[in-house]
Each structure stands twice: as C-alpha cells, then as structure tokens.
Design a protein around this ligand. Structure first.
Ligand code: IMP
Ligand code: MG
Length: 177
C-alpha cells in the first residue's frame, strides 16, 4: 500500500497488537528480573521513544528514565558514522541500567552507547531492543531482551523513521524503495 501520509510504499510487518503483546511480555520479564531494585532505562533517541513509553507502563516496579541522543544515519538508510548529540543527565554510577533501543542493525550505535554508559561505572548494564536485524550485524552485541528478530530491509513506524517521516505510524512496516 502507499501510505497517504508519508507517500511511501509500505508493507505491514508487525501489527500494533503484536507489538503491544510483545511489549507486555518484555515488561513482565524486566519487572521480575529487577524486583526490589530501581533500574534506570536509558532510551536512545529518537527512534526508541515510542517503545520506551509503552514499555515503562508495562513494568510494575519503579523505574527511572533518561535519554541519550545519537545520530547514526547521515544518509537515509545506510549508516555512515555515529555522533553523540546529547548525553544522559542522571549519574549512572552504581545504577542498574537498561539500554532501550528501537532496532539493532549493524550494532555500531549500540556499541558506541554501551561504551558511554560503561564509562560511568554502572552496577549492571543490560540491553533491550524491540527489533533485532541480526543478519546485518558488524559488531557483537548481547541483547538481553529482544522483541522480534527481523530480516534485512528498512522498517518504519512505531517511532522509527525514514528521513524523519513515519514515526507516528502504529504498526511497523517494511519500506519498498
Ligand atoms: P546500527 O548502528 O546499524 O545498529 O543502527 C542502529 C540505529 O539505526 C537504530 O537505533 C535506528 O535508529 C537506525 N536504524 C537501523 N535500521 C533501521 C531501520 O530499518 N529503520 C529505521 N531506523 C533504522
Ligand atoms: Mg533513526
């Protein structure tokens, strides 16, 4: 279908209902794993903000949130370099940190962010990513909480963009270029 708003040819990949039940499932696991603790969820901007907002509401223990803003896509679909735009404000020393990612593709961005977080000496660091495009991985990343493993191809919706468009879409689509 051609999306009226974005003007792009989009094919449904993951429906909003499937996303919601997966987010609930991850929320339950995080709640169980961190019971008695107050983890801080560090969200990668911009793509992971929709996932973060649903995820914190499916976790039934106390959490804190903060954001790291990095830019990894200089061209529309291929990574060129990773640039830190703004860093978390909360001190992560001795904190239980969970990095919240929308999608781990080559792994370059997640590795970069992990090194920033680790330099603050957190008590623990786990990685949670809604999507895992593992076929394209260039750096080894251990993902502790994975939503869906997907094949290569460019996705849009649920916070993820194509040239800054389509973040507001409820479902996740594959873009036919
Ligand atoms: P990586 O450094 O190659 O792992 O890329 C990670 C970042 O690139 C993600 O956090 C996304 O913001 C973006 N990205 C990677 N693949 C896609 C995609 O298919 N759609 C939208 N954004 C993507
Ligand atoms: Mg992006």
């Amino acid at each position: 279908m051609t999306d009226q708003k974005t003007g792009h040819d989009l094919k449904l990949l993951i429906s909003s209902d499937s996303i919601q039940s997966k987010v609930e499932e991850i929320g339950k696991r995080i709640s169980a794993d961190y019971r008695g603790k107050i983890p801080i969820l560090i969200c990668t901007l911009k793509g992971a903000f929709v996932f973060l907002s649903d995820l914190i509401r499916s976790i039934d223990i106390q959490t804190e949130i903060d954001f790291i803003w990095v830019s990894s896509y200089k061209s529309l679909t291929e990574p060129e370099s990773t640039e830190l735009i703004s860093k978390n404000r909360t001190d992560l020393k001795d904190r239980h940190v969970i990095l919240i990612e929308d999608i781990i593709d080559t792994g370059i961005t997640a590795k970069f962010i992990q090194s920033i977080i680790l330099s603050e000496n957190p008590k623990s660091l786990k990685v949670c990513s809604l999507l895992d495009k593992r076929e394209r991985r260039k750096m080894h990343i251990k993902i502790d909480y994975t939503g869906f493993v997907i094949e290569k191809g460019f996705v849009v919706g649920y916070g993820m963009d194509y040239g800054e468009r389509g973040r507001e879409l409820r479902h996740i689509y594959i873009l036919n270029k």
